[in-house]
Design a protein around this ligand. Sequence first.
Ligand SMILES: Cc1ncc(COP(=O)(O)O)c(C=O)c1O
Length: 381
Amino acid sequence: MRDFLLTLDELRARGGGKWRRHPADVLPAFVADMDFKVAPAVQAALQRFVDRQDYGYGSMDDVDVLYDAFAGWMSRRHGWRPDPKQTIALADVVQGIVATLVAFSAAGEGVIVQTPAYPPFLRTVAGSGRRLVENPLLDTGEHFEIDLDGLEHAAGEARLLLFCSPHNPTGRVFTREELEQVAGIARRSDLVIVSDEIHADLVFPGAKHIPMETIAPERTVTLTSATKSFNIPGARAAVVHFGDAHLKERFVAALPDFLLGRPSRFGSDATVAAWTQSEVWLHELMAYLEANRHTVSRWVESRTGVGYHQPEATYLAWFDFRSFGLEPDPYTFFLETGHVALSNGADFGGPGAGHVRLNFGTSAEILEEILSRMSRAIDRD
Ligand SMILES: Cc1ncc(COP(=O)(O)O)c(C=O)c1O
C-alpha cells in the first residue's frame, strides 16, 4: 500500500492545480485528482516518451490501439463489448459533453441534468445556449435516487438527457431497474442519452455499474476515460462511443472537421497502459479508497447533524451541512476557519446549497487531518 503514497512535500512540489491553488496552510480536497502515484505501467508508458525525447506527431492509426484497449477493458470490467468502429477519441470528457450537446440538440432546446451535478454539466448547457431542465435527485433518507415522475415530466420539454453514471457528486450507482426506467422514459420522449461513465471503475463492493449502452444502445452515447480511475487527468485522453451507427453519423455530420482535436500521444499511451496492464493496481487502489470511505463514515457518525449517504462509487463524499447554519456558507467556512478547501455545493446546481464535496482520494494521514480540521472548525464556531 505504501507504494501509492506521496509525501506532503512531494505533493506540494507538483505543478497541478490541486496543490497550488491555495496557500500552504490549506489542505486541498476539491478537484477530482487523487494524491497517489500512478500505476507502474502508466508511469513506464510516459517515461518512454521522455527517455526518447519522443514528442512528434503520431499516425492516424494510433487511435486504433486506444479503441481496442477501450473495448477490451469494458468487456473485462463491465461485460460490455463496445464496437471499436463506433468510437471517437477526444482530448477530454467535458469536450465530449459540449460536442454531443451541439450534435444532438439545438440552441434553446431543453437538456435534462440530474442535480446536484458535476458543475461542467451546468456550465456546458448554459454555454452552448441550451435550456437547463433540472431534475433533482430525491433523497430518500437512505440514498439518492432518480425522481422518475420528475424525469417523465422533464422529458416532455427536452431533447437530451445528460446522465452521470455513477453519479458525481453523490456517488450513487444506479440499479438495472432504475436504468431501465430511465431508458423507457427516453424512448417515450425520444431523448438522446449522453452517459458520462468516467467513474465506472471506482465502484465499491456491493454495487455494480451497468453501462447505459447495454440497456438503450439505440439512443445512448457514452463518454469515458481512464483519467479518474487511474489518476491521469493532466494527460488528456477520452473516448466517445455511439451505441448505434446512426448516432455516430449524426455526430460527425454536425461538427466541422478538426474542431475536436485528438488526444495527445502521452494521454493515449498512458490510457492504453491503464486499460491493458493496470487492473491489479486498480484493485489495490479500491482497497485503499474503501478504508478511506470507512474513515469518512466513522467521522460522520461522530458529528451529529451532517447529512451524508456513503457513496457506492467514486472517492467523493457529499455532505449536507444545512442544519449547522455555517456562515456565510459551508465552503467558505471550512476554507477560512478550517483551512480545508472543499468543493462548493452551490456550484452543483439548486440542491447543492449548504453542501460541500470532499475528495477522499488521499493518504489516510491527510484525510484524518482534513477531518480533524473540519471538526475543530465546527467546534470553534
Ligand atoms: C462526471 C465527470 N465527468 C467529467 C470529468 C472530467 O473529465 P475530463 O477531465 O476528461 O474532461 C469529471 C472530473 O471530475 C467528472 O467527475
